[in-house]
Design a protein around this ligand. Structure first.
Ligand code: C2E
Ligand code: MG
Ligand code: MG
Length: 289
């Protein structure tokens, strides 16, 4: 009986996960995937406690000419002792489910602050999960961290996604305004992938939009990709925002994005995310070599 209930519960969880209003019949793979997730979650909790196997890498954001680095985005990395490198797209949702996304995100912010102190001319971008954003006291905690690390909030760009809007728009607006009043810059990440990106812009004051890499990727492949990007850039500029394009992998994309008027570029064409020690080599390539 107990086993039957357990399995029914797993199937229920699957149904909820797929967006409610539907049913699922238990299958063994569901059990396997749950066990793996639980195991990964437990491993992640341990990694966060011991600070072992977790690190922060930094990917440059460059000026449109491709010649000058304006800042770096902090991206968390997890080298699992058995499974090897696990992608943040896989373990961030697990951290959210386990309720450990806030301490994880705060640790990344502290690391980024230390990097910011080392590189006074650069801006550091840090990703914020919607769950972390909605946790009570978020603004105060973020302010306390940068103040303790002795970094000016103006040097930190918080990357949020449309996910922060779900539930309570008014509260989300209050949080964003609080962060901006404290001096942080706000970037809207993965712009264009959700269903309400434009709605978002009309309701919230942000400083920057980051055009999702799926748009960059379709440049040169789909006929109207360039037109879409051009209109997003025009819209962003009309609202006084900086526009960054993500996922720039080749010169053709870079040219098209320059033509569209993007301000900053980010992507493998310039560099992937690197450990802190390798920042110097990217910022001053001549001195390093
Ligand atoms: P994101 O914030 O949109 O970060 C950009 C992702 O695109 C990174 O993947 C980066 O490595 C990848 N990327 C950069 N240039 C290129 C390119 O030219 N081509 C392609 N195909 N990909 C490129 P990564 O590091 O695997 O991170 C994935 C996502 O995980 C991030 O997307 C972000 O949403 C999340 N994430 C990473 N670190 C953190 C963190 O510290 N906190 C939170 N809450 N989320 C994080
Ligand atoms: Mg990001
Ligand atoms: Mg993105």
């Amino acid at each position: 009986r107990q086993e039957m209930l357990r399995k029914a519960d797993i199937a229920l969880y699957e149904a909820k996960n797929q967006g409610r209003g539907q049913y699922r019949i238990f299958e063994h793979v569901m059990d396997e995937s749950l066990k793996t997730r639980q195991q990964i979650g437990a491993d992640l909790r341990l990694a966060l406690q011991t600070r072992r196997d977790l690190s922060v890498h930094y990917q440059p954001l460059v000026e449109i000419s491709g010649q000058r680095i304006v800042g770096f985005e902090a991206l968390v990395r997890w080298q699992h002792p058995v499974q090897g490198m696990i992608s943040p797209t896989e373990f961030i949702p697990i951290a959210e489910e386990m309720g450990i996304i806030a301490p994880l995100g705060e640790w990344v912010l502290r690391e980024a602050c230390q990097t910011a102190r080392q590189w006074p001319d650069l801006t550091l971008a840090v990703n914020v999960s919607p769950l972390q954003f909605r946790a009570p006291g978020f603004v105060e905690r973020i302010k306390a961290i940068v103040s303790k690390e002795q970094v000016s909030p103006s040097r930190i760009e918080l990357e949020i996604t449309e996910g922060v809007l779900i539930d309570d728009e008014k509260r989300a607006k209050g949080i964003i305004d609080g962060l901006r009043a404290a001096g942080f810059r706000i970037a809207l990440d993965d712009f264009g992938t959700g269903y309400s990106s434009l709605n978002y812009l009309s309701h919230f004051s942000v400083d920057k939009i980051k055009i999702d890499r799926s748009f960059t990727h379709s440049l040169g492949m789909s006929g109207n990709a360039a037109a879409v990007i051009e209109s997003v850039v025009r819209l962003g500029h009309a609202m006084g925002l900086t526009v960054t394009a993500e996922g720039v992998e080749n010169r053709g994309q870079m040219k098209a994005l320059a033509r569209a008027g993007c301000n900053h570029l980010q992507g493998y064409l310039f560099s992937e995310a690197v450990p802190r020690e390798q920042i110097a080599g990217l910022v001053n390539p001549r001195e390093a070599s």
